[in-house]
Design a protein around this ligand. Structure first.
Ligand code: COA
Length: 324
């Protein structure tokens, strides 16, 4: 029997209009453009307007991906959306987007794997297609992470931005996604988390205590080590070698983490898609935003092999190796 692969047939992305540069940040927090650029590679980030939600960005990215794929929303039989900043507690943002697209009736759910959300969602969607359950699948990564940012906390506020990306998948006899690897270790919770929630309760603090807590240096070290092992595991799962990879499309958290992964793969930086300078860390939005940029700018071509990887709170880490 011919193997069923999931193939990406369209990509899309969306960013809020408002751009906040490092120079803008210098005006209200004790930081500098030089510090941010040299430690992270970030130059600017997009910030959602008041009232603009994760779902709004997800919808715009999804519409662009559907248009690129030539697929009508009514054809979709599954929507999987990675986010850690949903519009509402429930319904899921996937359900809200489904209705706004007019795809009512298909399965729709969110995946919360923090910054690995999109790659996790892609892994889940791939299994639905390989099993024969789904034929047209929309996978989205979307966030308004700046809603969790305390703008007076320089250790975190300079790092994050808002945005969304999406892909449409369909089954194919030709690759397609060769392998996905998904992992988590909840033992690292204290290094990167948001301390409040519906069940744990909120606090009598600004923004009800909703803000990112991060031990940056420790996260950095574990991320580099974990991604190093992950890319090796992914190549092995796909039966490929470093030289088979045309493009690395990494999670865009920190340029130095990206460079370390590229070095592990013996890849020069001109084969790595970098958008962290423009978008900062958009969590689940980061990989699909980078992918859509790579496709629309003409860098990534049909038939090339792409290695997608992400790391985030949980800790979670995940990868996908695919032929575009
Ligand atoms: N502007 C200026 N100075 C800052 C600053 C800012 N925005 N944020 C922190 N500093 C200061 C610190 O207070 C510290 O000062 P000190 O030496 O006087 O104590 C100094 O800069 C160095 O801090 P350090 O934590 O050693 O910097 P670093 O080189 O590790 O870079 C991060 C910090 C956060 C950029 C880096 O650790 C990182 O990117 N970690 C991973 C974060 C991440 O990717 N999170 C998301 C995962 S999905």
């Amino acid at each position: 029997m011919t193997a069923i692969y999931s193939r990406i047939i369209g990509t899309g992305s969306a960013l809020p209009e408002r751009v906040l540069t490092n120079a803008d940040l210098e005006k209200f927090v004790d930081t500098s453009d030089e510090w941010i650029r040299t430690r992270t590679g970030i130059r600017q980030r997009h910030v959602a307007a008041e009232g603009q939600t994760t779902g709004d960005l997800a919808l715009a990215a999804a519409e662009r991906a559907l248009a690129a794929a030539g697929v009508k929303a009514s054809e979709l039989d599954l929507i999987v959306l990675g986010t850690t900043t949903p519009d509402l507690v429930f319904p899921s943002t996937a359900c809200l987007v489904q209705h706004r697209l007019g795809a009512n009736g298909c399965a729709a759910f969110d995946v919360n794997a923090a910054c690995s959300g999109f790659v996790y969602a892609l892994g889940v969607a791939d299994k639905f297609i390989r099993s024969g359950q789904s034929k047209k699948v929309l996978v989205i990564g979307a966030e308004t992470l700046t809603r969790m940012v305390d703008w007076s906390e320089r250790e975190t506020c300079v790092l994050f931005g808002d945005g969304a990306g999406a892909v449409v998948l369909e089954p194919s006899g030709e690759p397609g996604i060769y392998a996905t690897c998904l992992h988590a270790d909840g033992g690292f919770k204290e290094l990167l988390y948001n301390p409040v929630g519906v069940s744990a309760g909120f606090r009598d603090e600004p923004n009800h205590g909703v803000r990112i807590r991060m031990a940056g240096r420790e996260v950095f070290k574990v991320a580099v080590k974990t991604l190093d092992a992950l890319v090796g595991e992914t190549l092995e799962a796909a039966g490929m070698h470093e030289a088979d990879i045309d493009w690395l499309i990494p999670h865009q958290a920190n340029l130095r983490i990206i460079e370390a992964t590229a070095k592990r793969l013996n890849m020069s930086m001109d084969r790595v898609i970098v958008t962290v300078d423009q978008h900062a860390n958009t969590s689940s939005g980061s990989v699909p935003l980078a992918l859509d940029y790579a496709v629309r700018s003409g860098k990534v071509q049909r038939g090339q092999n792409l290695l997608l990887e992400a790391f985030g709170g949980g800790f979670t880490w995940a990868s996908a190796l695919l032929r575009y």
